[in-house]
Design a protein around this ligand. Sequence first.
Ligand code: HEM
Length: 393
Amino acid sequence: MASPFTDPAFYADRYPTYTALRTSSPILQVSLDGGTSTSAVVTGYDEARKAFTAPLSKDAGAYFADRPSGRSLHPAIARTMLTVDPPEHTRLRRLVTKAFTPARVDGLRPYIRALAEQLVGNWESGTELDLVEELAGPLPVTVICQLLGVPTTDRDSIRAWSTDLFATGDHQRIDAASHALAGYMAGLIEAKRAHPDRSLLSDLISVHDQDEDRLSEDELLSLAVLLLVAGHETTTAAIGNSVLALLQHPAELEHLRTSPHCIADAVDELLRYDSPVSIATWRWAPEDVELAEATVPAGSPVFVCPGAANRDPAKFPDPDRLDLGRANAGSHLAFGHGIHRCLGAPLASAEVEIVLSVLLAHSPGLRLAVPADQLVWRQSRLVRGLVSLPVHV
Ligand code: HEM
């Protein structure tokens, strides 16, 4: 069976495919890999919002119990907050939310600004460089390492393992990286236990609720690894996609330059326009599930597509237009919705906001160094992001 997701053209520009799928039906059974088995693919906005709160399961363990996958992913990555259902999920989310507070994100803002200024401050006027390599890549991994308390000297290894984890299709590479990263994190947890500091990891080690419930050793490990992975590639993609969208829309860029107080709304519209998590993580229907007009049959995997839902004209008029003044941009589903809604959304938004404001101040003449149709996009269903973004400074 032909699959739109195996066509390299899909990764260069997903939006015509999303429009075709949504027009055919906002929930459609589609083959992901060209094989005979199909998954429900959700491309309509209302349907996606419903799917995010429907009684679908994220418990991969239950689904794959009688379907051997032949994989050897480290258990800390195979089983995380993103792959469990209530009540286990509720408990984990409650404990991590106690440590990962809005005050902690606010406290990181000066660090993020100083880091962005340092990275951009190194650029020489009149040169050409890759903005992913020089800014969008290093900034989020450095911020997430700072948050967790990962020593500066280990950040390059973290970046390499984390990149490997997103190597769609290359199971051997993904599984090996999962073991390397989990092994490293287990050592770091041991070190923080012996010498606690003010990092989020130290706080997660000691966090407890009224009933003295704490995170177990396995839970701590999988949370630490999840935060690292979830907070890195997604934010790299968000920065790259946002800068590209602005460079392609000079009038909108000028609007932002003259109205810097609009930056938070602008970031919402940028996340809507080219959503970094284009197809959300894996779900499945443990029984027949009614979703809008459709029934997802028991046993079917379900892929909700924020990238498609955020371009649904029924919700966002003229959806393919970047409009930094769009009134309802904040209703986007770029961070998901429901109980699994992105835990790092405030941090991610702060990073994109700060990076854009630093770029506006330091690099007024920034422009694309290659035609947009020559840009190379990652071949990942999950993350829509650039491999590189060559710019003239
Ligand atoms: C612009 C950057 C980001 C985007 C677009 C993004 C997007 C998302 C989305 C769509 C989900 C829900 C997935 C689903 O339901 O299938 C999610 C979950 C999650 N994100 Fe993010 N994310 C970003 C940055 C971050 C950062 C910086 C962190 C950590 C510091 C983070 C941590 C998480 C965690 C832990 C979850 C799982 C929440 C749960 O299962 O309850 N994300 N993210």
